[in-house]
Design a protein around this ligand. Structure first.
Ligand code: TEU
Length: 580
């Protein structure tokens, strides 16, 4: 079965907040196992688990201190094997998170590396002396001017040897030195260990950061920034394709049925084509970031209103760029992004319709869609009242740095409310009981009070819910080959309110229309003759089918999917929805 993942939908579980099986207030493997039937009902093909390995939890598990074990907070290796078997029994696959740009500073590799300059593992990380002519520890004596993605400098002085180590993320996440072949072989051996255990692939954390320009030059300091811009020196670095190809040879060659996706901040379409061209044997697909930066201003913490034309231009460019070679992954949400219904939809009056519209638009693109836990319920951002309500290191560090350099705390908090990663990290809303059915203990981060109305139990019981709409989207991908394999044509690219596109596969054509606003609008359907007599196969409103296709009135946040087949094909089969 070649490229089965083109017809698949992936569901991301962020274990800390999915389901707590033992009542300690933190989600775990027992909790996940108890909810697998829910995922089977939704119909997803693949489950991706964010990190569950032993970790000091400085960055919620993305700081790993042992790659080949399970953190006791989440369970045991035995429980993991049971979970994997239970996933497979239901015909689903399981993908692990692979975090190998950095380890925890408590990983034995780093503990050894920092022990002395002569330690055999010294060169497993990036160690550098103080800037020439300066003394270690002096202000500004860091080896270069790079800033950490989690605020502060990207260097930490280690008193034992008087040298600094590089950490693109927190100081508890030292970067591994991929120039060293021993590092690469150790990582590949660990990956094979998981595959031998039966896992079905990896989501690879910031994998396009692993090759650095080894001279580590100072970066350009942009206006208003405290640090140099290091991106040009580690994003898609000089040896990146060589490393990924080597990984493919050493780990994936000769194994069937796997899926690999590289998380790649800063990746361009041109680079993505190289990463995902099957002939190059690198990765199946990548996560790009352009569309989730569309509402950022000067910095990541400067929210701007969405301009739909910009979003369409970005996603349209990615569709076109990977049309012939390579493959897209499609996502609105993950554990690092605010909730999409609050971000690009309307989490008030039109929450249900806009959540369905967003799902429809995403899942009808060409690529493999990813659903982040709770997205299928239309879960929203959280009402964080003060900085004490946040838990995420990136959010807390940013607040501290911004306030200490003179920003207005209220303004910083306002931006965090909109863009903080913690919006994605509040507990999964299973039911309307006190802790949303997530835990019998005290949740590690507050449950969103709107779980009284927004929860899985209510959604499952209502055929017209966001959940069932997502279920139909997945079913449509499984039953209508044009969804997975059709080409993509953007329509009405300049329209400020409507997202419209067509898909074509053989004799089947699909038309997707979505009014991205709370205002009604009427559109002139491009090439309307082509769609006369089209069958409506999915919608988020009841539609009166008697009107023609030339002019269509779209209600607030209305989304429709139409299908036409060549005269030879039937138009009555495969109806996946009963819009009401
Ligand atoms: O994230 C990579 C990353 O750079 C961004 O997602 C960043 O966290 C932020 O959202 C952009 O400002 C990955 C993981 O998904 C994230 O959870 C980890 O914190 C990070 O790598 C480090 O492992």
């Amino acid at each position: 079965m070649q490229q089965w993942w083109k017809e698949s939908v992936v569901y991301q579980i962020w274990p800390r907040s999915f389901a707590d099986g033992d009542g300690d207030g933190i989600g775990d493997l027992g909790g996940i196992t108890s909810r697998l039937d829910y995922l089977a009902t939704l119909g997803v093909d693949v489950v991706w688990l964010s990190p569950i390995y032993p970790s000091p939890q400085d960055d919620a598990g993305y700081d790993i201190s042992d790659y080949q074990d399970i953190d006791p907070t989440f369970g045991s290796v035995e429980q993991f094997d049971a979970l994997l078997a239970a996933v497979h029994e239901r015909g689903m696959k399981l993908v692990m998170d692979l975090v190998v740009n950095h380890t925890s500073d408590e990983h034995p590799w780093f503990v050894e590396s920092r022990a002395s300059k002569g330690n055999p593992k010294r060169n497993w990380y990036w160690w550098r002396p103080a800037r020439e002519g300066m003394n270690a520890g002096d202000p500004g004596a860091e080896p270069n001017n790079w800033g950490s993605i989690f605020s502060g400098p990207a260097w930490e002085l280690d008193e034992t040897t008087g040298e600094y180590y590089l950490h693109l993320f927190s100081r508890k996440q030292p970067d591994l030195n991929w120039e060293n072949p021993e590092v690469r072989q150790a990582v590949y051996a660990m990956m094979r260990w998981w595959l031998d255990r039966g896992v079905d692939g990896f989501r690879m954390d910031v994998i396009n950061f692993i090759s650095k320009v080894t001279s580590l030059p100072d970066g350009h300091v942009h206006d208003g920034s405290l640090y140099g811009d290091a991106m040009p020196y580690f994003v898609d670095g000089p040896r990146i394709h060589e490393f990924i190809q080597e990984m493919h040879r050493e780990v994936f060659a000769g194994r069937e049925g796997l899926i690999t996706v590289g998380e790649m901040p800063g990746v361009t379409v041109e680079e993505a084509r190289l990463y995902t061209d099957p002939a190059r044997r690198e990765l199946d697909m990548v996560f790009q970031f352009e569309h989730v930066q569309v509402d950022h201003g000067e910095t990541r913490w400067d929210p701007r209103p969405l301009r739909l034309r910009d979003l369409k231009a970005i996603l349209g460019r990615w569709q076109a760029g990977l049309a012939k070679v390579g493959w897209n992954s499609l996502y609105w949400n993950n554990h690092d992004q605010p909730r999409v219904v609050s971000r690009f939809g309307d989490d008030g009056e039109h929450r249900v319709r806009s959540a369905k519209l967003l799902g429809t638009v995403l899942h009808l693109h060409r690529g493999t869609p990813y659903i982040y836990q709770g997205e299928e319920l239309g879960m929203t951002n959280a009402p964080f009242a003060s900085i004490d309500d946040f838990r995420d290191i990136q959010s807390l560090n940013h607040y501290a740095e911004a306030v200490s350099t003179g920003a207005d705390p209220k303004a910083v908090l306002a931006a965090l409310r909109v863009l903080s990663r913690d919006n994605a990290r509040t507990p999964m809303q299973w039911d309307d009981t006190e802790n949303a059915g997530f835990t019998t203990g005290t949740p590690w981060i507050a449950v969103n009070p709107n779980h009284k109305g927004i929860n899985a139990q209510t959604e499952l019981a209502d055929e017209d819910s966001v959940f069932h709409h997502y279920r139909r989207l997945i079913e449509l991908r499984h039953t209508e080959p044009a969804v997975a394999h059709g080409d993509f044509r953007m329509l009405l690219a300049d329209h400020e309110q409507v997202y419209a596109f067509a898909r074509r596969y053989g004799s089947t054509e699909l038309l997707v229309l979505a009014n991205f606003s709370g205002e009604p609008t009427t559109i002139e359907v491009p090439d309307a003759g082509r769609w006369q007599g089209a069958e409506l196969i999915l919608a988020n409103y009841a539609v009166d089918a008697t009107g023609g296709m030339r002019h269509l009135a779209l209600r607030p946040w209305e989304a429709r999917v139409y299908r036409v087949r060549s005269p030879l094909g039937s138009t009555k089969d495969n109806i996946v929805t009963n819009p009401s």
